[in-house]
Design a protein around this ligand. Structure first.
Ligand SMILES: Cc1cc2nc3c(=O)[nH]c(=O)nc-3n(C[C@H](O)[C@H](O)[C@H](O)COP(=O)(O)OP(=O)(O)OC[C@H]3O[C@@H](n4cnc5c(N)ncnc54)[C@H](O)[C@@H]3O)c2cc1C
Length: 389
């Protein structure tokens, strides 16, 4: 494996820091915590205008000449300052899928606008009755001339209240096995018949339930072949798993280790003087490093034109479960102080925030059980655990 990417990143880190000093507004983090919305329109527009979203993308679809390593360093700097960019994460996944499978017309209409920051796309796969078994989607799309008429509902349509488009998985054929009757569409969220209702989660994140009544989508916004949606989903899910950009700067474990150098333990001595504390932190640091390397492998496969299917599942499974181990251990180490939010707690409440956020990480993007099945079947060649639908 080639680690040139991380060398290039090191060069750009200083410039990214300067960028953030100039543009980043600390109140954005407070807003994110208060609203549970992991998307900041002001920041998103700025990144689009400055060509950072388009860095490394093909020029004919609006790619810019900004160095992708610099853009990555800026995204990491934003993450290190505590802000998530879920609106861009889902837009990027869908836009990459569009580049793989859509018509030239759809590519020209969507990709440049997405890279300018004008189009924000969210994922509409999960329904009230289908999550892991995503191919069981019941949303219906029926053709009417040059348009499709869409009816149904989606669950957990995160960021839909801030987005322009939703990538909808819909059933276009009820006469064939479930995987063979699906098609994907890019629907406008401001179209007549779309309703967005908030769903607030334990972790503080706001997601949504979305409802679609006779929503019209032009055929030009069909992404992939009619009834070919399962193939499109396989591409889209690969882009969903393991491609997340890890924040730059010290990790949470490193921050807690630094804090533990002086924070007193039960006997009054610094916590880090306790060898069991040091050992626990070391184990977590190893977990972090393994997660980082698995993530790098996925990005490397994608960057060299491959499809990191199994590798994405392995990275997602390992890093999300490591995240849960990490917050459990850190919460124990901080004791009652781990319950204090924001400015009231050590490290500005970072452990409390991480603890509430961690449970969903093994659910969205495919649960741990589903990732294990993928690795078991496709890597180890073990038998399927469920009937072919
Ligand atoms: C915060 C949050 C944000 C989300 N954002 C989005 C979004 O933006 N867009 C979107 O479309 N979806 C989103 N999701 C939905 C997410 O992808 C689903 O919750 C997930 O796929 C699981 O589906 P489910 O909730 O219906 O659970 P179920 O599929 O009902 O699963 C319940 C349990 O059964 C287990 N299980 C299911 N099938 C199997 C199997 N074959 N073998 C073994 N175990 C199995 C699961 O692992 C799980 O433990 C989000 C979810 C959350 C929590």
């Amino acid at each position: 494996m080639d680690f040139v990417e991380s060398d290039a990143l090191a060069e750009h880190r200083q410039a990214a820091h300067a960028w953030a000093e100039r543009h980043f507004r600390p109140e954005w983090v407070e807003q994110e915590h208060a609203t549970g919305t992991h998307h900041n329109p002001e920041l998103h527009a700025l990144l689009g205008q400055q060509g950072l979203l388009g860095a490394g993308w093909p020029a004919q679809y609006g790619g810019t000449d900004v160095d992708p390593a610099y853009a990555l360093a800026v995204f990491q700097e934003i993450g290190a300052r505590g802000l998530r960019m879920d609106g861009w994460v889902t837009t990027e996944m869908v836009t990459r899928t569009i580049l793989h499978v859509a018509t030239e017309e759809a590519k020209q209409e969507i990709v440049p606008a997405a890279l300018r920051g004008e189009v924000v796309i969210v994922l509409g796969y999960t329904e009230p009755g289908s999550g892991s078994d995503v191919a069981a989607a019941r949303m219906r799309a029926v053709r009417d001339g040059d348009e499709w008429v869409v009816n149904g509902s989606k669950m957990f349509t995160s960021t839909a209240h801030m987005a322009t488009h939703v990538f909808l998985l819909a059933r276009t054929n009820t006469e064939v096995p479930k995987h063979k009757g699906l098609t994907l569409f890019l629907a406008r969220l401001d179209a007549p018949g779309v309703e967005v209702q908030p769903v607030h989660t334990l972790g503080g994140q706001r997601t949504n339930a979305t409802f679609y009544s006779d929503v019209r989508v032009p055929d030009s916004m069909r992404i992939g072949e009619v009834d070919g949606g399962w193939g499109v989903m396989r591409v889209a899910l690969v882009h969903e798993r393991g491609t997340a950009v890890a924040p730059g700067g010290p990790t949470l474990v490193e921050q807690v280790a630094e804090w533990a150098r002086t924070a007193p333990g039960p006997d009054g001595a610094p916590l880090l003087d306790d060898p069991t504390v040091a050992e626990q932190l070391a184990r977590l640091a190893i977990d972090d490093e393994v997660s980082r390397l698995l993530g790098l492998k996925v990005r490397w496969i994608a960057a060299t034109g491959g499809m990191p299917g199994i590798e994405g599942s392995m990275a997602k499974l390992y890093s999300s479960e490591a995240e849960q181990r990490r917050v459990d251990v850190l919460t124990d180490l901080l004791g009652e102080q781990a319950l204090l939010r924001d400015g009231a707690g050590p490290l500005h409440g970072a452990v409390e925030w991480a603890y509430r956020k961690a449970p969903v990480s093994t659910i969205y993007g495919g649960t741990s059980e589903v990732q294990r099945e993928i690795v078991a079947e496709r890597r180890l060649g073990l038998p399927r655990s469920r009937p072919v639908g």
